[in-house]
Design a protein around this ligand. Sequence first.
Ligand code: ASP
Ligand code: MG
Length: 412
Amino acid sequence: MPVLVMKFGGTSVATPDRIRRAAKRVGVEVAKGYDVIVIVSAMAGETNKLVGYVDEISPLFDAREYDAVVSSGENVTAGLMALTLQEMDVPARSWQGWQVPVQTTDAHANARIEAIPSDNISRKFAEGMKVAVVAGFQGISPEGRITTLGRGGSDTTAVAFAAAFDAERCDIYTDVDGVYTTDPRICEKARKLDRIAFEEMLELASLGAKVLQTRSVELAMRYKVKLRVLSSFEEMDDAAGTLVCDEEDIMENKVVAGVAYSRDEAKMTLVSVADRPGIAAAIFGPLAEAGVNVDMIVQNIAEEGRTDMTFSCPTNQVARAEKAMNDAKASGAINFNELVADTGVAKVSVVGIGMRSHAGVAAKMFKVLAGEGINIKVITTSEIKISVLIDRKYMELAVQALHDAFELEKAG
Ligand code: ASP
Ligand code: MG
């Protein structure tokens, strides 16, 4: 039997009624002849609630116990989904991560899947079970402790199962009907894309388009899993969603596929550091060790052997970055006059694989921003992306102006 993976996010399993609606969709696929692996998230809001409990009791939590607590939301929905399917006379069984087992690293709260042996579930399929409902987001470490995969991790569970079972497709059911050219909440001209290339989706996901966990896209790209994002709220026929696929499966590539933004950026500047070999390593080594996700980096022109070094990181890591830099200064590893944190910035990016073969995208982007009187603070580029840091108050304007300039309202 061909295998299909169907993943339901938190809003799609938020109430018994919604679980029933999701189960009906599963029933339709079973009737088509698929063996279905259903991956469920916790009910909407549940994981946040559990994280809140942990924070309240133990702010500097032991990550093993954090995982024990926050993984529990998915256990509930897995059991409820299996029960719902059984009520519909669909042979179904639930599995927690450790029962499969979903083998992960021991990086608690942010573990990576290492292997998913398929024998347990395959045996059940062979015995006539039609649906394996698996709790997403969780696994088991080499020492046998429960792990979780980082927020949004059920997407990654779903893709990993699709790869392990050689599934025909991995359908991600969520509360939006697909991947958009930008966030429809801030740009009313945003359009749903029928298809998007893995690489574009990877950039959009890591730039803050929250529809898929970044790691799930990485995995789908590596194992060539056909990934579809669709809404569980709309009727079946018009829920065609967006197919995330290989670049070759897209007939016509637009130069720019989408505009992404991230509100929670901070611009950090180390004023007057010595301009000498090894200085970047001396700064970014400690930042990496402190777990600061540095994104953009600029080293300014040096004068009399001193320079300013600017980098960006998420706003909630500013305190950690400051501590790492002040510690490095105290130890004598680096020297600087001042560390200036600007937490009023946002990052806006345009993404598209067509950029590889089209010159002038950056120039056009800068011209559009200039036309709106928006000052660019930091720029970075990659082969298929250009990102700028700007004042947060201009973020929405920038997104809308770029969406217009690259004519994304014609996408689809
Ligand atoms: N429930 C987990 C979270 O909210 C995992 C997921 O839903 O993907 O992060
Ligand atoms: Mg999600």
